[in-house]
Design a binder for this molecule. Structure first.
Ligand SMILES: Nc1nc2c(ncn2[C@@H]2O[C@H](COP(=O)(O)OP(=O)(O)OP(=O)(O)O)[C@@H](O)[C@H]2O)c(=O)[nH]1
Ligand SMILES: [Zn+2]
Length: 371
C-alpha cells in the first residue's frame, strides 16, 4: 500500500524548468477541467454521466468536498464507474482560499505519479468554493504546469433555484459565490430544465448572460450534455488566438443591473501598447484595485481576456486573467499591417466601461492609428 499522506517528491532543481506562462499544451500535458456550481446544481451527476458515457478517454477525478457524509456518498458514486483513479481531497472547515491550494496541489501531484494511467482530469469543487483560487494554482505552480494544463472552467447552474441563488445578498458586500462561478466560467450548463417552464428558463439564461458576456451556455436534464461541449475546450491556450479574437468581437457588454451585481464590459482601442504600461495597468486593476466607478467603489475584476498589440511585436498577444493572476502570451497569429485592434473583456463588479477605457487609452496606448 502506498502511504497516501506522504508529501509529494520534490522535482530536482536541475530538472528542465517549465517555460514561463501556459504555452500551447504539448502532447504530454494532461488537460484539467474544473467543474463548479452551487450546492446541488448537478456537478456530481455530471461527473457520473461523463464517467459512464465517455469511453474513449481515461479520466481521473478529484473531488474537493466538505463534510464527511456527502464525501463518502460521492466517493462511492464515482468509483462505481469502472476503472478510474480517485484522489481524495477534503477541505476541513476554514478558509477555502488558503487551504485549497496546498491540498489541491498535493492531490494532483499524487495523481501525477500515476501518470500514463489516465489522460484527462476532472476536478469538482465544492458548491461554495471559489474556482478562481483553484484555477490559479495551475498557473502558480510551474512544475505542475509542465504536467497539466487548465482546459476550462465549467459551471453547473440549477435552473430551478439558480436565480434565487444569484440574487442572495452577501453580508459586508462580499461577492455572491453563485455569480462569481458564472463570471469565471468558460461554459455554463443550465441543468434541471425539467423543473422549469420556458419563461423561467429564459430568465435564468438572461441572468447568466447578464453576468458573463463571453460564456457559452448549454442546457441539460440530469447533466446530460454532449461531451465535446464540456471537454477539450482549450479556453486558456494561446495557440488559438484567432479564435479568441473572433469571439471577443461577439461579446455583448452586459449591465441592466443592481449595484452589487457582476457584469461584463468590453471595449476596443486601435494602436500599439506599451508592454510596461499594460502590466502596470493590469496590476493597478487586479492587485491594487486603484480604479473606481462613479460612486467611488473600487472595480473588482474576476476574469479578464483580451487580444492586444504590443509595440514591436508582429504577433497578436493574448491576455488571460483569472482572479489576481494574469498572463500575456504571444499567439502564432500575425497582425495585419495598420490594423491593430486591441480588444479587452472584463468580467467583474463595479465596472464602468468609460472610466476603464479612459485609463487604458491614456496610459497604455502609445500611438493611435489612423487609416
Ligand atoms: N429534477 C432533476 N433533478 C436533478 C437533475 N440533475 C440532478 N438532479 C438531482 O439533484 C440533486 C443534486 O445533484 P448533484 O449532482 O449531487 O449536485 P452537486 O452539484 O454535485 O451537489 P453538491 O456536491 O452537494 O454541491 C440530486 O438529487 C440529483 O439527482 C435534473 O436535471 N433534474
Ligand atoms: Zn457534488
Amino acid at each position: 500500500m502506498e502511504d497516501e499522506d506522504d508529501c509529494p517528491e520534490l522535482v530536482p532543481m536541475d530538472a528542465q524548468p517549465a517555460p514561463p506562462g501556459p504555452p500551447t499544451p504539448s502532447a504530454q500535458q494532461i488537460p484539467v477541467t474544473i467543474i463548479t456550481g452551487y450546492l446541488g446544481a448537478g456537478k456530481t451527476t455530471l461527473l457520473n454521466y461523463i464517467l459512464t458515457e465517455q469511453h474513449s478517454k481515461r479520466i481521473a477525478v478529484i473531488l474537493n468536498e466538505f463534510g464527511e457524509g456527502s464525501a463518502l456518498e460521492k466517493s462511492l458514486a464515482v468509483s462505481q464507474a469502472g476503472e478510474l483513479y480517485e484522489e481524495w481531497l477534503e477541505l476541513r472547515n476554514g478558509c477555502l482560499c488558503c487551504s485549497v491550494k496546498d491540498n489541491g496541489l498535493k492531490a494532483i501531484e499524487n495523481l501525477m505519479e500515476k501518470k500514463g494511467k489516465f489522460d484527462y482530469i476532472l476536478l469538482e469543487t465544492t458548491g461554495l468554493a471559489d474556482p478562481g483560487a483553484v484555477a490559479s494554482m495551475f498557473w502558480v505552480d510551474a512544475e505542475l504546469g509542465s504536467d497539466i494544463y487548465l482546459d476550462g472552467i465549467v459551471t453547473v447552474i440549477d435552473a430551478k433555484y439558480g436565480l434565487q441563488q444569484l440574487k442572495e445578498e452577501k453580508a459586508d458586500g462580499l461577492i455572491n459565490e453563485a455569480a462569481r462561478q458564472i463570471a469565471l466560467a468558460d461554459l455554463t450548463i443550465i441543468n434541471k430544465t425539467d423543473l422549469v417552464n420556458e419563461e423561467e428558463l429564459n430568465q435564468v439564461r438572461d441572468s447568466v448572460r447578464s453576468i458573463n458576456g463571453l460564456v457559452k451556455i448549454v442546457e441539460s436534464q440530469r447533466s446530460r450534455v454532449e461531451l465535446s461541449e464540456v471537454l477539450d475546450l482549450h479556453s486558456f491556450d494561446n495557440k488559438d488566438g484567432a479564435k479568441l479574437a473572433e469571439k471577443l468581437q461577439l461579446v455583448k457588454p452586459t449591465g441592466l443591473h443592481l449595484d452589487k451585481s457582476i457584469l461584463t464590459v468590453t471595449f476596443e482601442v486601435t494602436g500599439d501598447l506599451s508592454e510596461e504600461a499594460l502590466n502596470a495597468f493590469i496590476q493597478d486593476l487586479l492587485w491594487e484595485k486603484k480604479f473606481c466607478n462613479k460612486e467611488g467603489e473600487p472595480m473588482t475584476v474576476i476574469r479578464l481576456k483580451g487580444i492586444v498589440s504590443l509595440a514591436g511585436k508582429a504577433h497578436q498577444v493574448m491576455l488571460q486573467g483569472v482572479h489576481k493572476l494574469y498572463e500575456l502570451n504571444e499567439t502564432p497569429q500575425l497582425w495585419e499591417e495598420n490594423l491593430h485592434i486591441n480588444r479587452l473583456v472584463f468580467i467583474g463588479r463595479n465596472l464602468n466601461k468609460d472610466i476603464l477605457q479612459e485609463h487604458f487609452t491614456s496610459s497604455v496606448v502609445l500611438n493611435t492609428e489612423t487609416n
